[in-house]
Design a protein around this ligand. Structure first.
Ligand SMILES: [Zn+2]
Length: 55
């Protein structure tokens, strides 16, 4: 099976917004704009994925 482009979910850093934005994984390290509050922020390369089996 081919691996489709994953999407990552990231919370808007604007404390008054905190919307969950879904962006493609290829957007890591790039700037995105929140569609809700228009805040421009950078997606961290290591996205905070909710993995329960962490170290
Ligand atoms: Zn926002």
């Amino acid at each position: 099976m081919s691996t489709p482009a994953k999407n990552i979910r990231i919370m808007c850093p604007n404390l008054k917004c905190r919307s969950i934005l879904v962006v493609p994984e290829t957007a890591r390290g790039k700037n995105v704009k929140c569609s809700n509050c228009a805040t421009l922020f950078k997606i961290p390369v290591t996205a905070p994925t909710p993995s329960p089996a962490g170290r």
